[in-house]
Design a protein around this ligand. Structure first.
Ligand SMILES: Cc1ncc(C[n+]2csc(CCOP(=O)(O)OP(=O)(O)O)c2C)c(N)n1
Ligand SMILES: [Mg+2]
Length: 598
């Protein structure tokens, strides 16, 4: 490391050096003056890639998308004032989705707080309970002791962000002037750098200042044995997998399901629905068939083993609630608590994949698979009917987007679903396939904000895996600023905007029965189309007026370099009717399969 020019750079060079030693590879930087010591320290560190963004809200969601795609920390830097407040929505999503985001805000020094200094707000613990740790740094001094504190803080920031449950960490940096890298001899006078090389240059051989050894939580064998005793005797059990990003979980769950002979209700976002792992017991069409009350009753479980958050599908939750009195409900969750309906009778605080493997080893092989076969037979019929319903005729039915994508996406695709209807339609209409597809969405707090940026961050993180985003028009509009990153960073992505001219989801809700206010405040007709938005950001554009045009545009989008926007015109009222046509067709087809519980 070169000698720092002044006390600010002694701090920031050491901090950034230590973040890199702890494994940080990417930082998103927004322009500003007060943040100059951080910006320049990041820009000149050869081990880090800096991504420039103009808009802090988009920058922080982009960083969130990168962190989520890589399952590793990503940093984001801004100046003081409202710039830092623009990070807030992404910080909240990171907190609830368990994403390791490192938020670095520059600040005025304490003597200027609350004295009318420009661009100065209270940044001490400004993200409240939404970060795992918030540190306000000491004002920089160039001494060995303070640099050891800086290095240890950086190590702690990375470890804290990653420790389960992963999440955001905030560090506020008050800087006095000069902010630029001008040499100030007096700052470094009296310092014998050779006497404290660990502080000034970091530990030898690129070793981190502090290596943090964090264990994955596991249950002890006696606890695993107890749960194996309970579940091993149950025939009518199900495994339910909610949204999660651990790529090793699907295989572990497949082995566990095979041992128990239980079906696996796999949310696409659990990563267990599609892929090369064993999918024999994976149930994909539950959202359609658990709506049928006769069938739901006939399939009442005696035990539920649930991994992670509640799945997207409302019918699954309703079904679990309906039989809560009778079913032992084991919830495996590491870190956060994921039980909004208070269903759990047993809670396992352990890493999910580790526990799944330990439990598999402790269980005897189930003797019968009659129960599991019932589920897989029902699912196969339901899947066929759902597909038939979605793809018959040539209306531009929103759910069909996902049925079509299942045949269009290549191996190693990334499919990002916007909140509102896209994430729900993905659950209902994307079948289980052998293709490895990484499913993503911002399901921490289900915001329709920042979705374009999060998806583009994931595209930046995974440049070899073609990314497709399906997003509603309001959500797309909300983060059009985020499109700049696609051009600026030459990202490859296919963005499918389902433009039903407003909030389509509200037509499914009871508010739709109040016509005096519905269209104005919930339907929110806006009349926009997005060809000119694509032009503004220099992106390719296609309007899909037919399914043939859709397939053609998506295939071209996936194969071509750059980012394409494909607009699919929707009709909110028709969309509700088409969705509501699917469920009775499924019920009708499954009637012969309803066998009452003996
Ligand atoms: C930041 C934020 N604001 C408001 C909401 C409430 N909300 C949920 S869905 C929705 C409508 C979304 O419309 P669109 O993106 O077009 O999707 P569609 O419902 O048409 O599928 C709104 C406003 C939210 N989830 N997040
Ligand atoms: Mg819409």
């Amino acid at each position: 490391m070169p000698k720092p020019e002044n006390r600010n750079y002694a701090f920031t060079d050491a901090f950034v050096d230590e973040l890199a030693r702890a494994g940080l590879r990417h930082v998103c930087i927004c322009p500003g003056s007060r943040s100059t010591p951080l910006t320049i320290a990041f820009a000149r560190n050869p081990r880090l890639k800096a991504w420039l963004h103009f808009d802090e809200r988009s920058a922080s969601f982009f960083a969130l998308g990168m962190a989520r795609a890589h399952c590793e920390p990503v940093a984001v830097v801004c100046t003081s004032g409202t710039a830092a407040a623009n990070f807030y929505p992404a910080v909240i999503e990171a907190r609830y989705a368990g994403v390791p985001l490192i938020v670095l805000t520059a600040d005025r020094p304490p003597e200027l707080w609350e004295w009318g200094a420009a661009q100065t707000i209270d940044q001490v613990k400004m993200y409240g309970a939404h970060v795992k740790w918030s540190a306000t740094m000491a004002v920089p001094e160039a001494s060995a002791d303070l640099l050891r504190y800086v290095r240890a803080t950086a190590a702690r920031v990375v470890a804290t962000a990653l420790e389960s449950p992963a999440g955001p960490v905030h560090v506020d940096f008050p800087f006095r002037e000069p902010l630029e890298p001008v040499t100030v001899d007096a700052d470094l006078n009296g310092q014998d750098m050779a006497a404290a090389p660990d502080a000034w240059r970091g530990r030898d051989a690129d070793a981190p200042y502090q290596r943090v050894h964090t264990a994955r939580r596991a249950c002890d064998p006696a606890q695993v044995g107890q749960i194996a005793d309970v579940l091993g005797n149950v025939e009518r059990g199900v495994i339910v997998c909610g949204p999660q990003d651990d790529a090793t979980l699907p295989e572990a769950v497949a082995a566990l399901a095979a041992k128990l002979a239980w079906p696996v209700l796999a949310d696409p976002l659990s990563q267990a629905r599609c892929g090369a792992h064993g999918r024999r017991l994976v149930i994909d069409s539950y959202d359609a068939f658990l709506r049928d009350s006769a069938l739901a009753k006939a399939l009442a479980p005696d035990a539920v083993l649930r991994f992670g958050p509640i799945p997207t599908s409302k019918p699954v939750l309703t079904w679990m609630q309906a039989f809560r009195e009778k079913a032992r409900h084991v919830l495996v969750q590491d870190g956060s608590w994921q039980d909004p309906a208070f269903l759990a009778t047993d809670i396992v605080r352990a890493d999910a994949a580790t526990f799944a493997r330990d439990l598999t080893a402790a269980l005897p092989q189930a003797s019968s698979d009659v129960w599991a076969r019932r589920w897989t037979d029902i699912a196969a019929t339901a899947r066929r009917v759902v597909r038939q319903q979605a793809t018959s005729g040539d209306e531009l039915f929103e759910g069909r987007v996902f049925a079509e994508l299942a045949s269009l996406l290549p191996e190693r695709a990334v499919l990002f679903a916007g909140n509102s209807m896209p994430v729900r339609d993905m659950d209902t209409f994307y079948p289980s396939t052998a293709q490895r597809v990484r499913f993503m969405a911002n399901r921490g707090v289900n915001g329709i904000d920042g979705v374009v940026s999060t998806a583009l961050g994931a595209a930046a993180a995974l440049p070899d895996d073609p990314l497709t985003l399906v997003i509603g028009d309001l959500s797309f509009y909300h983060d059009m600023n985020g499109l700049l990153a696609a051009r600026q960073h030459k990202l490859n992505a296919t963005i499918i905007v389902v433009n039903n001219d407003g909030g389509g989801i509200f037509s499914f809700l009871p508010q739709s029965a109040y016509p005096d206010h519905f269209e104005t405040f919930f339907g929110t007709l806006h009349g926009m189309t997005f060809e000119s938005a694509a032009a503004q950001y220099g992106l390719r554009y296609a309007r899909a007026d037919s399914w043939a045009a859709f397939r053609d545009a998506v295939s071209r989008g996936i194969k071509s370099k750059g980012t394409a926007i494909i607009e699919v015109p929707g009709d909110r009222a028709k969309n509700v009717a088409l969705h509501r046509r699917v469920w009775p067709a499924v019920t009708e087809a499954l009637k012969p399969m309803v066998v009452d519980r003996p």
